[in-house]
Every structure is written in C-alpha cells, then in structure tokens.
Design a protein around this ligand. Structure first.
Ligand SMILES: [Zn+2]
Length: 158
C-alpha cells in the first residue's frame, strides 16, 4: 500500500553558474556545477520518488552524458520520475526535504520552492516540506564549496 524512498544529492558551488535551488533562481555569486541546472533539491526529490518504487536513480534515466540535459530545468526530472511511478501504480503522498548549505540564506525562497514542487507533482502545499540547515561551518557545505540535499518521498498505491 505504502512505499518510502530516499534521495541524496550534492554539487560543487562555482563561479559563473546561476544559483538554482528548488526551481527558484536565487541571486548569488556562485552556483551549482553539475547535471542539468545542478538543482540538488530537485535531484534529491527525483531520486526519492524513483527509490520508493525501486526504479533506479536519476543518473540512470537521465545520463549526464546526454547533451539534451545540459543546463535543463531539473523540474522536468521530477515530473518524469513521478510519471514513471504512476506507470507502475503509485502516486506521491508527501515529500520532505532538507538542503544543507552555509550561504546564501535561502529561507525567504522556501515558500516558492514548495509551490513549484507541489505544482509539479500535483500536490497541495501542506504535503510538501522543504527545510534548510547549515552544517555549522563543517565540511564542504560549511566552507561554501558545495551544497547538499536529502529528501524522502512517501508513495501510495493509486
Ligand atoms: Zn544533482
């Protein structure tokens, strides 16, 4: 009846890239380097949705080697992963995610991230949770060289 999935993602933060998180562009001097637009939150949520249905991971379905995904809006991945799980009889019940970074401060943008995620998944806002934490200066998220995100998705049979 119910299944749960977990996702994790991390990217380097580098100069010359737009800072996109949770589908929201946030003004900042650096941005995530990596797959598509480097949206760690979108990638972690996508992997959580896939994982709940044991459908592999984002990199398998949307390989970085495919030029088609270069600088793509990662929300196309969330939508596609949700469709894959619908195809095997499941729908997203709720999503909870945590992003870990030191800067920029993303709290003011979280409502818009939740709106975008909810809209993309056809969910109401009250079942989409996004939280932001620092790692208190420790590690790659603490020194600003990277950003990470964790997500869980609960799925139920349609
Ligand atoms: Zn990623």
């Amino acid at each position: 009846m119910y299944r749960i999935g977990h996702g994790f993602d991390a990217h380097q933060l580098v100069e010359g890239r737009p800072f996109i998180l949770g589908g929201v562009h946030i003004p900042y001097a650096r941005g995530p380097l990596g797959h598509a637009d480097g949206d760690v939150l979108a990638h972690a949520i996508s992997d959580a949705i896939l994982g709940a249905c044991a459908l592999g991971d984002l990199g398998t379905h949307f390989p970085e080697s495919n030029e088609r995904w270069k600088d793509a809006d990662s929300f196309v991945f969330i939508a596609a992963c949700a469709q894959m799980t619908r195809d095997v009889g499941y729908e997203v019940g709720n999503v909870d995610a945590t992003v870990v970074l030191q800067n920029p401060k993303v709290a003011p943008y979280i409502p818009r991230m939740r709106e975008r995620i909810a809209h993309t998944l056809g969910l109401s806002l009250d079942v989409v949770s996004v939280k932001a934490k620092t790692s208190e200066g420790m590690g790659y998220t603490g020194d600003g060289s990277g950003i990470a995100a964790y997500a869980v998705a609960m799925m139920r049979r349609r």
